[in-house]
Design a protein around this ligand. Structure first.
Ligand SMILES: [Mn+2]
Length: 395
């Protein structure tokens, strides 16, 4: 009855180039993500939550297919409305546009129980006869921060100072709101990287080098601060304030393959003020095998455990000329029950120009090409993803 359910980094609408339903065009993997978002709403309803907060990056892009908006309406917004639970949605870096134009999250403005935050805000609610004051800091686009800085410090402000002055401005704004806020419990809700937070290990980090972030001294003295943006759930202390990341609802990237996923439940006036509720996740198996001349097929088969329903990435390293000695069909057979699998071959050869298999599927051709030529490249996944979305657009 007194709880606030906080979920972050849902990334509905993200593209996965596999397990695509020809009728809907959706990958079964995006349904994993959506199902967990729906489960979070079901939890809020079953526990008669006071408020449901989405801490940014509800969508993976500023505009997603109407199918996703419809699914969220059906499985999240409508049920929460029926249950009388208000919904606050903050913009994240993935769904905050550069300009002032509307986005997919703005679609939900039509609901009386939904509020969309694309700007700084302060809200109050009552729980158990006591007041909870919320300071809301959605992700602001860098151009928006620059505007605020130029407005405050003058048009002559040197470009290289905008970042630091922006941090100073935001820090002051938050501090002033905290000072004037009269509440029994003060809660900061935001979508940023806070210095010192742990990131996933991947070539495509959720935090980009040089992006606008929270210095530790920007964290105010509040009862609790909950952030979205970083996909790894974690709790840390910053100058006496407890700072949480909800983490994403599913494993979005291979760098998150061992993470627990879930959402945060806040009970401001209880002894245990918050807890992490875990959501089910799909296993992601990264298998590495190095083969030599001796029966390479068997060596690979031995390295493959039970893969049923799992996402599998099999990386095979081998010497030059061995590729043709591997019986692909046997490997494919052992992997056939996987939810999805990809095999990456790295052959130690000087020149890489050809394709591994004969196919007319442009996505397969692209994948093979990228694997073959950029298999070891630190931005391999990004190249793959970017290539696939370009190809999708072109086709
Ligand atoms: Mn984000």
């Amino acid at each position: 009855m007194n709880e606030i359910v906080v979920v972050g980094d849902v990334h509905e609408g993200i593209n996965f180039g596999f397990q695509i339903d020809p009728e809907t065009g959706l990958s079964a993997r995006v349904l994993d993500i959506h199902d967990n978002f729906a489960r979070t709403a079901q939890f809020a309803i079953a526990n008669k939550a006071k408020l449901f907060v989405v801490l940014g990056d509800l969508f993976d892009r500023t505009h997603v297919s109407p199918t996703f908006r419809e699914m969220i309406r059906r499985d999240v917004m409508e049920p929460l409305k029926e249950a009388g639970i208000p919904v606050w949605i903050l913009a994240g870096n993935h769904d905050q546009p550069r300009g002032k134009k509307g986005t997919s999250i703005d679609d939900f403005r039509g609901y009386p129980h939904v509020r969309i935050y694309r700007k700084l805000a302060v809200e109050k609610l009552e729980i158990d006869g006591k007041s909870v004051g919320c300071i809301i800091v959605p992700y602001m686009h860098p151009t928006h921060i620059a505007e605020l800085v130029l407005e405050k410090f003058g048009k002559e402000t040197p470009l290289e100072q905008i970042f630091v002055l922006g941090q100073e401005l935001l820090k002051q704004w938050i501090q002033n709101r905290v000072d004037e806020l009269e509440a029994d419990f003060k809660l900061l809700l935001a979508h940023y990287y806070v210095e010192g937070a742990r990131l996933r290990e991947t070539a495509s980090p959720e935090v980009l080098p040089g992006e606008f972030s929270f210095r530790r001294d920007m964290i105010p003295d509040v009862d609790l601060a909950v952030f979205g943006h970083v996909h790894l759930h974690q709790a840390m202390r910053v100058q006496g304030t407890e700072v949480l990341y909800t983490g994403a609802v599913e494993r979005i990237d291979w760098g998150e393959r061992d993470d627990k996923k879930g959402f945060i439940v806040i009970d401001p006036f209880a002894e245990e003020r918050w807890r992490f509720e875990e959501l089910p996740t799909r296993d992601m198996l990264k298998l590495k095998v190095e083969v030599s001349n001796e029966d390479p097929t068997q060596k690979i088969l031995d390295a493959i455990p039970d893969v049923a329903g799992k996402l599998v990435r099999l990386e095979i390293a081998m010497g030059e000329g061995l590729r043709s000695k591997v019986a692909d069909s046997k490997i494919a057979d052992k992997l056939k029950d996987a939810f999805h699998y990809e095999v990456r071959w790295t052959e130690r050869t000087e020149e890489k120009i050809g394709f591994v298999s004969f196919t007319m599927d442009p996505f397969k051709l692209l994948r093979d090409f990228v694997d073959l030529n950029y298999g070891d490249h630190p931005k391999h996944d990004e190249l793959q993803r970017e290539g696939e979305s370009l190809l999708k657009e072109v086709l």
